[in-house]
Design a protein around this ligand. Structure first.
Ligand code: NAD
Length: 704
């Protein structure tokens, strides 16, 4: 994986000439990077000139130097390395991101023409900041390209064609290291000096895959912020503003000598040694090694997205997702909804450093509701092994999703999260359905990739959505009573029309004294199914038989002697009866949540876990069977009330499509946020004690 070290003697010849620009008009006159901030007017031109003279002398002793005339109105022109890139006899001029530096380009182009270089402009409009963001690995047909702050990722594909070299893009993530040459210094002999913290994880992985540990030196923050990496290598000398002891020793071991020349007057503007000299002899060749294919591997695709892009922050999420994935973007069109209830649409060009990273980013964008602009049919692959999906399967979300097959969009059935899409039937009879991986059978056709997929995260406009939007919050501040009153009103309406309300509850419901209130709700017909675990039923039945929960007297809140065994005794008595229903029939259990379920024919499913005591005879210890039982009882639910059970609530959340009203009650804001923040508009999170909540809910359903 690591490149072979080239012989130092051959590689050491990458010397000048260099192009420099005297700092006669240098100063910090504006702020276009983090270093300039606070330094406007603070640079001393005399000191700068003396520092520059020393750098010039050191370079001139080792290579020839050419000069370009400075211009009075362009204080940054001294940083000649940013003006463009020279390769063979070509000059590729910079396209500066900031308007303040853009006029420099014309003077450098004029210089290049006079010198007999062929000026080749990058096609299109990507920003490109010259050698600041484009550094050749000496002696190789390899150009390192920095992007993410100044230079656009899109610059590298055409640049690779022009310089006929492989370009490896590296993403910069720290605004203080805004150019690649501030944190990355490739050296002859296949060596590198760099500051790892300036790069994203994917770029670091690229760097470490290409350089053996003994061929790269990691510069720490202190040295990097002293511009140690902003170095010029000429002959066997590495000229830099600063080199710490460890860096010096490493350079020595590689056969280089560090020459530190103070350039702090230029650091006020965010530049040092390397920024002040443009290398004029870049002749990329693969020293006896097979040349890699020219190209940067940069890929791009356009996506369309519609929804509450601005008021719900969806646009930010989309753009963040792209940059987090190592890509960059250009917003091609944005039509904003003008009213609160109107959606916005946008077309965004997504650019990524490789085909794989583009696929990964697009996959996440599709889940956010974006779809590929030039839609094709979805790709379908056959299942080869029972219970195993094809490698590139599309993983489903809770949101309604359309899949394009034979040029037609089809809405998937039985939408749920973390499943695959199975395509069944031919032409007009084609159906798409969600299927869990374990349920796949060999020969079934599964949707793969992200082409031809449309996820609907928001319904088109309308009053209902605007109304729901108000309730999609996880708020502990809003008065719990108000929220409860509203939930009670909704519950009674669902009951009235014969709808389904499913309650998911943990044993804390019993510990907090909430069981009698939940039992009352069941009695009143406000619960159509109950989902929980062994703990809920064990403690509920313990409370019914002994008046305790985990041995604590529920009336007085004090431990009962021997009470710690109550839950085991309760489980044991039910086991003797054979089932909870029989225990109710035989009068062993005479009150509580499960008692009311049995009495009113409300079905329940108790999913087992490794924590379970007993377990109760009804507890489903086969997890797959338990998941099926949950799914059966959840089918057709209009409202799901999740009460203090992270484990079961998260399981239920994953099985539930968007559009079902979710109420999540937990004392922990993190649990509520996780469940309520599904990006769907129908969830309400309430951070409170579940016993108190149930007490209020019972009263509210009685009063309304
Ligand atoms: P869990 O950790 O999944 O959920 C407990 C949740 O309750 C947490 O999110 C917590 O923040 C919340 N909570 C704590 N106090 C609260 C309060 N006063 N008000 C509101 N929320 C509060 O655990 P779980 O659901 O209790 O149990 C997970 C598994 O362990 C289940 O399978 C269960 O059956 C099993 N279990 C078995 C037994 C038993 O067999 N005796 C006993 C307990 C749990």
């Amino acid at each position: 994986m690591w490149r072979r070290k080239s012989r130092l003697s051959g590689a050491m010849s990458a010397d000048g000439p260099f192009l420099m620009c005297p700092p006669r008009f240098y100063g910090v006159d504006y702020v276009i990077n983090a270093w300039m901030d606070g330094n406007v007017g603070r640079a001393d031109r005399g000191v700068a000139q003396r520092q520059w003279d020393k750098l010039h002398a050191a370079l001139a002793a080792r290579a020839s130097i050419e000069l370009v005339e400075p211009i009075a109105t362009l204080p940054d022109m001294a940083f000649s390395a940013n003006a463009g890139l020279v390769c063979h006899d070509l000059f590729i001029p910079a396209r500066f991101r900031f308007v303040e530096r853009q006029p420099e380009v014309a003077y450098y182009v004029e210089w290049a023409r006079r010198r007999g270089l062929r000026v080749v402009d990058l096609p299109g409009e990507p920003t490109f900041e010259g050698e600041g963001d484009a550094l050749f690995q000496p002696g190789e047909a390899l150009l390192w390209g920095g992007y993410g702050v100044r230079t656009s990722l899109r610059a590298f594909e055409p640049l690779a064609e022009i310089v006929d070299a492989e370009i490896v893009p590296l993403r910069l993530v720290d605004e203080r290291f805004y150019h690649l040459d501030t944190c990355f210094c490739p050296l002859p002999g296949g060596r590198l000096v760099y500051h790892p913290e300036a790069f994203d994880a994917a770029s670091l992985a690229t760097i470490t895959a290409r350089f053996a540990p003994s061929d790269r030196f990691e510069v720490g923050s202190h040295d990097a912020l002293s511009f140690a990496c902003n170095a010029i290598c000429v002959g066997s000398t590495v000229i830099t503003n600063f080199a710490g002891e460890a860096l010096r020793r490493c350079l020595e071991s590689w056969g280089f000598e560090a020459l530190a020349l103070p350039l702090d007057e230029f650091i006020l503007a965010g530049g040092a040694a390397k920024c002040l000299a443009l290398r004029l002899t870049n002749r990329p060749v693969a020293l006896g090694r097979p040349q890699r294919t020219a190209g940067a591997g940069v890929r791009e695709r356009e996506i369309d997205i519609r929804g509450h892009l601005l008021d719900r922050g969806l646009m930010n999420q989309v753009l963040d997702e792209i940059t987090r994935g190592g890509g960059s973007f250009e917003v091609e069109a944005l039509q904003a909804g003008l009213r609160h209830d109107q959606t916005s649409t946008a077309r965004v060009r997504v650019i990524a450093p490789s085909a794989d990273s583009l696929d990964a980013v697009l996959g996440r964008l599709v889940q956010l509701g974006a779809h590929i602009a030039d839609d094709k049919d979805a790709r379908v692959e056959k299942v080869l092994q029972d219970g195993v999906a094809p490698e590139g399967f599309y993983g489903t979300t809770i949101f309604p999703t359309d899949v394009r097959l034979d040029g037609r969009w089809r809405r998937a059935g039985q939408q749920r999260m973390d499943a695959t899409f199975v395509v069944d039937g031919e032409s007009d009879a084609t159906k798409v359905e969600c299927r869990l991986i374990r349920e796949l059978r060999a020969g079934e056709r599964v949707v793969c990739g992200i082409e031809g997929i449309r996820v609907h995260r928001s319904k088109p406009g309308g009053a209902r959505e605007a109304f729901r939007f108000m309730s999609a919050t996880a708020s502990s501040e809003r008065r719990v009573e108000l929220a409860v009153e509203r939930i009670a009103w909704e519950m009674l309406r669902i009951r009235e029309r014969g709808g389904r309300i499913v309650v998911v509850a943990g044993p804390v419901v019993v510990h907090t004294g909430g069981a009698p209130h939940l039992a009352k709700l069941i009695e009143r017909g406000c619960v159509q199914a109950l989902l929980g675990g062994n703990g809920l039923a064990a403690h509920d039945i313990e409370a019914a038989i002994f008046g305790t929960s985990l041995g604590i007297d529920l009336q007085r809140g004090i431990p009962i002697p021997g009470g710690h065994q109550h839950h085991l005794k309760a489980i044991n008595r039910v086991r003797a009866c054979g089932s909870i229903a029989r225990a109710v029939e035989e009068g062993v259990v005479r009150a509580g949540i499960l008692y009311e379920c049995v009495r009113h024919g409300v079905p329940f499913a108790l999913a087992g876990s490794i924590r379970d005591d007993g377990p109760l005879p009804d507890t489903l210890m086969d997890l797959i069977e338990a998941q099926r039982a949950y799914a059966r009882l959840l089918a057709g639910a209009e409202m799901i009330v999740m009460l203090a059970s992270m484990l079961h609530a998260i399981g239920v959340g994953n099985m539930t499509p968007a559009g079902v009203r979710l109420i999540c009650v937990d004392i922990s804001p993190a649990v509520v946020t996780k469940l309520a923040d599904r990006g769907s508009l129908e969830s309400t999170g309430i951070v409170t004690d579940v016993g108190l909540f149930l007490n209020l809910l019972e009263q509210a359903t009685a009063e309304v």
